[in-house]
Design a protein around this ligand. Structure first.
Ligand SMILES: [Zn+2]
Length: 478
């Protein structure tokens, strides 16, 4: 196995990745702002974070990942109040939905999934620490971070600070690069607005302080990897650095990894353009969770991902091709012995690893797998594949699936868990396998009428069978 390199947004360079503590990697991943259902652009980033942690775990690292839920910010306060609900009550529903969506996409659970509103006391303490060091000032009851006090301000986003007036402030959580200003750590409540009583006065935290607080609470003052969408570089991550490093005097993050935007048909996804999709929109229209996961994972995270219907169809057929291949190798009866295919599979694993080592180049990693699939299929067609080739080929496919997670045929179950498909008439994988075995038995005892009946029965439930040349049976859902 070779060296792992990650493109670090801070330096703009690919750098060898070595964690601070041998064998252990700490990752902070900015999670969703839970004021609505997460959209596929958000999930692009979450799938990348999943690939990242799966890859590091596959390399033997013990990963501790923290993901936050932003369950208090400007938009949540406005929406909850419009709905006549408390912010906890309002956001509970979207947190639950997010967890269900994550499971459907096969995302591993981070070690800590934490809510901002459960850490108000910790945030107040961090703000007090910054105040004690002279980094804050108060204006109209709100507390601001004075960026001119922090010399490194702008080092991540390379924001241009010339022409900024001392004391110019910004109150909103999200703002433009052109508006680099002192930002609110703690906001005084507007009349009628929800607030917490605290040692630093009544109010609520700004968005940025929550991530600094929770990252350092669970991972320590210096963390290995911080990740998120590229739209978070400024102001969010710039402000996280300022708050954290001003408080501790230590480097906050060693590697900054940012996922590029997802476009839909080459346009920025937006509700007004009508090209805005949540995962539920797509799955409700018949997209399989595995197709979506494959598509989102297949484009390296540092490249823009152009999402199209055609791409989704191609992803579905790629997943099917891979599943059928594994079934063919696993169930096939091949002549005894071994060919060069075993060695070929080992080389494919190495190439797959090399792709991922290079800043998680998933496209390169996938190409290695598809090359193997093509060559092994050809060998099987020609009768050149040998029984002892199966194990090394299957090991390569296992290594692939430990990262990509699309080979298990559990789409129907996942859709059911989202309440999208009804239970009625849907056969479980085990039921299908049992019927396929029954048909095989019937054929073996030359009861072809029965074999046909079972095939018909499966077809009526939307299951298609394919008899392969080597005597195995592949099945797929229509
Ligand atoms: Zn964050």
């Amino acid at each position: 196995m070779g060296e792992i390199v990650f493109q670090n947004t801070m330096t703009g360079q690919k750098e060898p990745f070595v964690p601070l503590h041998p064998g252990r990697v700490s990752i902070y991943a900015c999670g969703p702002t839970v004021y609505d259902y997460a959209h596929i652009g958000n999930f692009r980033t979450f799938v990348f974070q999943d690939i990242l942690r799966r890859f590091l775990r596959s390399r033997g690292f013990e990963v501790t990942q923290v993901m936050n839920f932003t369950d208090v910010d400007d938009r949540i306060i406005a929406k909850a109040s419009a709905a006549g609900l408390g912010i906890r009550e309002y956001t509970d529903k979207y947190i639950e939905a997010f967890l269900v969506d994550r499971r459907a996409l096969g995302l591993e659970k981070p070690e800590h999934m934490v809510r901002a509103t459960d850490h108000i006391g910790d945030m107040v303490q961090l703000i007090e620490r910054l105040t004690a060091k002279g980094f804050t000032y108060v204006s109209d009851g709100s507390i601001y971070f004075r960026i001119s006090k922090f010399p490194g301000y702008g080092k991540l986003s390379k924001v241009d600070l010339s022409g900024i007036q001392a004391g110019a402030r910004v109150d909103v959580d999200r703002y433009d690069k052109t508006d680099a200003r002192d930002f609110a750590l703690w906001k005084a409540p507007k009349p009628g607005e929800f607030f917490w009583e605290s040692a630093i006065g009544p109010g609520r935290p700004g968005w940025h302080i929550e991530c600094s607080t929770m990252a350092m609470k669970y991972l320590g003052e210096t963390i290995d990897i911080h990740s998120g969408g590229v739209d978070l570089v400024f102001p969010h991550h710039e402000n996280e650095i300022a708050q954290s490093e001003a408080a501790t005097g230590k480097q906050f993050v060693r590697f900054w990894l940012h996922a590029e935007f997802l476009l839909v048909d080459f346009e920025k996804m937006s509700k007004s353009l009508g090209n805005f999709y949540t995962m539920r929109d797509l799955l409700g229209r018949g997209t399989k969770p595995s197709s979506l996961r494959f598509l989102l994972a297949s484009v390296p995270y540092r490249r823009q991902l152009n999402f199209t219907e055609d791409g989704l169809r191609q992803a579905a057929s790629s997943v099917e091709r891979l599943r059928n291949f594994v079934a063919r190798v696993r169930n096939g009866k091949f002549p005894a012995g071994a060919s060069a295919m075993g060695e070929r599979a080992t080389r494919a694993t190495a190439e797959f690893e090399q792709g991922l080592e290079d800043d998680l180049n998933t496209a390169q990693a996938l190409a290695a797998i598809f090359d193997l699939v093509r060559e092994a299929n050809t060998a099987m067609d020609r009768g050149d594949f040998r029984q002892d080739d199966a194990a090394p080929v299957l090991r390569t496919m296992e290594a692939f699936d430990a990262i990509f997670g699309v080979l298990g045929d559990d789409d129907a179950e996942k859709l059911r868990s989202l309440g999208i498909a009804s239970d009625q008439g849907v056969l479980s994988d085990a039921e299908i396998e049992a019927l396929v075995a029954e048909r095989q038995e019937a054929r073996k005892s030359r009861d072809f009428a029965k074999a046909d009946r079972v095939r018909q029965q499966l077809a009526e439930r939307g299951i298609l069978l394919e008899d392969t040349r080597d005597g195995a049976v592949n099945w797929k859902r229509k």
